[in-house]
Ligand binder design. Sequence first.
Ligand code: KG4
Ligand code: ZN
Length: 412
Amino acid sequence: MKILSIETSCDETGISILEIKGGIKNPSFKILADSLNSQIKIHAPFGGVYPMLAKREHIKNLPILFARTLKKAKLDKSKKPFDLIAVTSGPGLEPALWTGITFAQETAKKYKVPVIPVNHMEGHILSVFGNDKKEFIIPVSSSKNKQTKINKGAVNFPILSLLVSGGHTELVLIQDWMKYKVIGETLDDAAGEAFDKVARMLGLPYPGGPEISKLAEVGRKSRNTVFKSIAQADGPSIAIRQQADMCGFKNSIPAFYCIPTISLPRPMMHSKNFDFSFSGLKTAVLYLIRDLTKVNPNILEDDLPAQAGKIKIQIATEFENAVVETLVHKTKKAIEKYNIKTVIVAGGVSSNKYLRKEMKKMVGPDKKILFPEKKLATDNSVMIGIAGYFRFLKKGKKINSSKIKAEGHMHL
Ligand code: KG4
Ligand code: ZN
């Protein structure tokens, strides 16, 4: 069968067509065509996604992407080009979700096919099995022996999924395919949201995650060399002396000895449950910047001597350390408690290289850890098609396509 899948939960308009063969026992997925339109440039000046603007853009993009996707898949519009439409119905921004749902319903009427609503987070979980280049299989029917063979090797249950995106930070226990239990979640900001907000405080563009990550990578690689070269090039310039003051050395020490240690909290890291909190960390960055700019109002500006960049790099590095440490620590605790065999890390923040590295290190060689391919880590419609297929097999007959509603806070 062929599935048309649609994603409009946030600021990406995605439409793809998947071809699925092999039935439930051995379903083999192939991406016939995949189109994605990112609205990042439009939302960037606002430092975050503006729901009504997202809605307007989705409405504009959907018909264009639909035509383009059919053409790429070499499917004839005049015949019945697909058998099912899968659409994200939540969680997400409701005005944005509605655009996808309405488009799906209208298209379904025209081609006389059913529509299946998909939970965006289920899409993220299943995204780790996707493959952008080749066919991939996910035989969900064969999990009775608690092991399923997929392209990436056998997957053993129970699975633990850490979902980290712009709107969610959740630890999900998966005892069997399609059966989810959220065992921990953020009590305030999501990890991606914290990345975006802190990036904004540092004057970095939206989305902030990749920007902070780039700085943090520099910070980790060249901590010492950067400091030395600044001191050699500048001598104890005013800015560096100010920094020396902050370190408590009062001009009496060459600048390169004075590496101010920026330290940020790891909120709830040692709490007994599996919940997260990132808003305190964000506020800590806010206060830190406030205090630093009291000493030097231009401390974050890029056109100052390398000194300024240095502070940004340090904040970004320590912030990323704090987020990653917290995520890794809580995941480790959950792995131990539930005797987890396979770990899935998905959602936009799962693109973060440092998170991937630290997670792999923590999980070790005895357990499997799966991440999505880079292209499938952030929002996309391929993952909605995958989840839509399994939802259809499970619930297809019971769903009334015309009654599908947007659910901004839909749970797994
Ligand atoms: O899953 P996603 O594309 O959209 C939602 O469903 O929210 O996730 C977007 C989030 C943004 O907050 C973005 O800053 C973050 O993922 N992100 C990253 C990285 N790439 C994207 N965060 C940290 N490091 C990255 N490399
Ligand atoms: Zn997402």
